[in-house]
Ligand binder design. Sequence first.
Ligand SMILES: Nc1ncnc2c1ncn2[C@@H]1O[C@H](COP(=O)(O)OP(=O)(O)O)[C@@H](O)[C@H]1O
Ligand SMILES: [Mg+2]
Length: 286
Amino acid sequence: MTDLHAAFQTPHPSGQEETLPSTTSVVHGIMRCEDVNVYYGDFRAVTGVDLEFGRNEITALIGPSGCGKSTLLRSLNRMNDLVDGARVEGGVLFQEENIYGKGVDPIEVRRRIGMVFQKPNPFPKSIYDNIAYGPRVTGMKVDSMDDLVEEALTHAALWHEVKDKLKQSAFGLSGGQQQRLCIARTIAVRPDVILMDEPCSALDPIATSRIEDLMNDLKRDYTIIIVTHNMQQAARVADRTAFFTALADETTGDRTGVLVEYGLTKQIFDTPADQRTEDYISGKFG
Ligand SMILES: Nc1ncnc2c1ncn2[C@@H]1O[C@H](COP(=O)(O)OP(=O)(O)O)[C@@H](O)[C@H]1O
Ligand SMILES: [Mg+2]
């Protein structure tokens, strides 16, 4: 048992180790949120989230629009630092270290915990330079940049489509190819975790299915945390699913995002414990 494993074991109330397999507790955790609150100015967009992510798993964050999925996702690699007025309270632990701790370099956090956005956003550069950019600016020691570029593109299932046009602009690629390029760019700096915020919402079904296949391949080497509004997608790709909703404050009416339920995807979809989860996944609201 690794230290990490030990650290994530919850002590059994009787003092004995839990022997029954639990559907909700993550065995090999890599990251967790401890009572995370995220504010935009005075507005609390996310409240009290406790959530642990399994290593080499795909975790889906689902829930109605505005329930704070993107906000929470951005708090996992300090992307909210770049958003005006945003503030995170509580702990986000990556391999037991608080990424908001004193002396932690947010650039290094974002290298180890990369992000892919909703709309493919390649740099206005060649395909090759899109991949080489991260390793160059982070000063990564690289024996052969050509090899690294090939490896990242191969890993992102794009190499065969682009190997003869590496010097051409990334903007010449289709939307699906651009998104795979963005994934290749993210993995070029060798992260541990890849955050994805609705990465397929701008893509057609075929391109979407290619990205889903790719995610499945990538989880051998990476941990993936994906926000999706597409419940079929969550059901297809995610090992675990977290369902969020927005609760309205009785006096102010302000809505804040809370985690309702978290578990193995199959359990969340087949036998949700909370009525709100059931209503959402059966399409009654959201
Ligand atoms: N940059 C921002 N400034 C102020 N409020 C924001 C900002 N981004 C999101 N919000 C608000 O925070 C809440 C959660 O938004 P978001 O995280 O985008 O939800 P989701 O991704 O689940 O649709 C919403 O009420 C939204 O209006
Ligand atoms: Mg969002």
